[in-house]
Write a protein that binds this ligand. Structure first.
Ligand code: ADP
Ligand code: MG
Length: 396
């Protein structure tokens, strides 16, 4: 690994600036889902155990460089204190007087939370002066916000060039899992890409065909590939103007020896609603007045066989309209298969994406996967093969 971890740093007695992602949902001033807060606990605890003084840097919402009282981080203090089991002191600004005062008053075991970094216009511009203002508060920088690492901001990128820096535990776990899945994976590697549209995942498909051995294409975007192959898909969601692009991806895959798995049978319905009357037909037999809402059982069997012959699986995008039963069947069945193989020790499985995480939770298998990334945009950009500025800045 090119980046350092907490194990490589001497934190004793030092003020440690920790960039975290605690952009949690809040209703009426109360945190309704503390998952993101719980995930940073190992990093903070580790810093405390090593004698460091953790000072948290974070953004919240999109205040666009102005002080927006509703987007203050202050209401998160009780949830942070509950998760950490200790008092958390809040400072009204992430630089200058209030921040300096809070940091100067820290005793061993104390934790300080600084106000929303995005209250400063310089944050999203990666303003070096803002970065210097934050860096002046401490001696070491720890980035534990993988989910914000696709953005080059003062608190995610700029500051890493000023202070000795390393990855926090959550960032470390994410990077290790992703490296194992696409960096230097055990082969064969299979990717599943599903979801609504090809157009939102072009870079993703383009990058994957040159890296993986098998690419399963599902969901609405599979319809576009069927169209590209001259197959009629009736009223299905399909981007007909993307057919040429889909063909190019298929050609690129053939040239790279990447096997493409498209649906061979599909579940069709006339209405997009839960419990809609439906039938399973061959992929080239969608009636003109119907739409494809899921992959069929033969396709699932084929996908399962591909999984069985794989050592690594990386998954983004559901195989069907998983929000409405019974069109969640293929996604659930494939997810269960991946979970079984992972639990049996034969497969490394990594998944990410907003709807994908929701679908795997719904299928009840998220725990069984080797790694589930909740990083959203950062996960996708990484899967697209892009360099994440927040991670690159940790490379020394
Ligand atoms: P993620 O958020 O994990 O990256 P996407 O947002 O790309 O995933 O895709 C998820 C969406 O794709 C879901 O809302 C799902 O209903 C939709 N979808 C999947 N298959 C179909 C289909 N055959 N027809 C219409 N919508 C579909
Ligand atoms: Mg989505």
């Amino acid at each position: 690994m090119a980046w350092k971890t907490l194990d490589d740093m001497d934190l004793s007695g030092k003020v440690v600036l920790v960039r975290v992602d605690i952009n949690v949902p809040v209703e009426n001033g109360v945190v309704t889902d503390a998952t993101r807060i719980e995930k940073i606990v190992p990093t903070i605890s580790d810093i405390l155990e090593k004698g460091g003084k953790p000072v948290l840097l974070a953004h919240f919402g999109r205040p666009k460089g102005k002080v927006v009282p509703e987007m203050s981080l202050k209401p998160l203090v009780p949830a942070l204190e509950a998760a950490l089991g200790r008092k958390v002191t809040f400072a009204e600004d992430c630089i200058g007087g209030p921040a300096k005062k809070a940091v100067a008053a820290m005793q061993p075991g104390d934790v300080v939370l600084l106000e929303n970094t995005r209250f400063h216009a310089g944050e999203e511009k990666n303003d070096p002066e803002l970065a210097a203002g934050m860096a002046a508060l401490g001696e070491i920088y720890v980035n534990d916000a993988f989910s914000a690492a696709h953005r080059a901001h003062s608190s995610t990128e700029g500051i890493a060039h000023i202070l000795p820096s390393c990855a926090g535990r959550l960032m470390e776990a994410e990077l290790k899992a992703l490296e194992a899945a696409l960096g230097t994976p055990q082969r064969p590697v299979t990717a599943v890409v599903g979801g609504a549209k090809v157009s939102t995942k072009l870079d993703l498909l383009g990058n994957l065909v040159s890296k993986v051995d098998n690419l399963v294409i599902g969901g609405g975007m599979a319809n576009t590939f069927l169209v590209a192959k001259g197959i009629e898909v009736g009223k299905s969601l399909a981007e007909r103007d993307m057919a040429e692009t889909a063909k190019e991806i298929l050609n690129k895959a053939a040239a790279a020896n990447c096997r493409i798995i498209l649906p061979v049978d599909v579940v069709v319905a006339r209405e997009f609603k839960a419990g809609a009357e439906n039938e399973t037909v061959a992929a080239d037999a969608c009636p003109a007045d119907a739409m494809i809402l899921d992959a069929g059982p033969e396709t699932v069997a084929e996908i399962s066989a591909v999984f069985e012959n794989s050592k690594t699986l990386i998954w983004n995008g559901p195989l069907g309209a998983f929000e409405i039963a019974p069109f969640d069947a293929a996604t659930n069945a494939a997810a269960k298969k991946a979970a079984e193989l992972t639990e049996a020790g034969g497969l490394i499985s990594v998944a990410g994406g907003g709807d994908t995480v929701a679908a795997l939770n719904k299928a009840g298998v998220a725990e069984a996967f080797s790694y589930i990334s909740t990083a959203g945009g950062a996960f996708l950009e990484w899967m697209e093969g892009k360099e994440l500025p927040g991670v690159a800045a940790l490379n020394k």
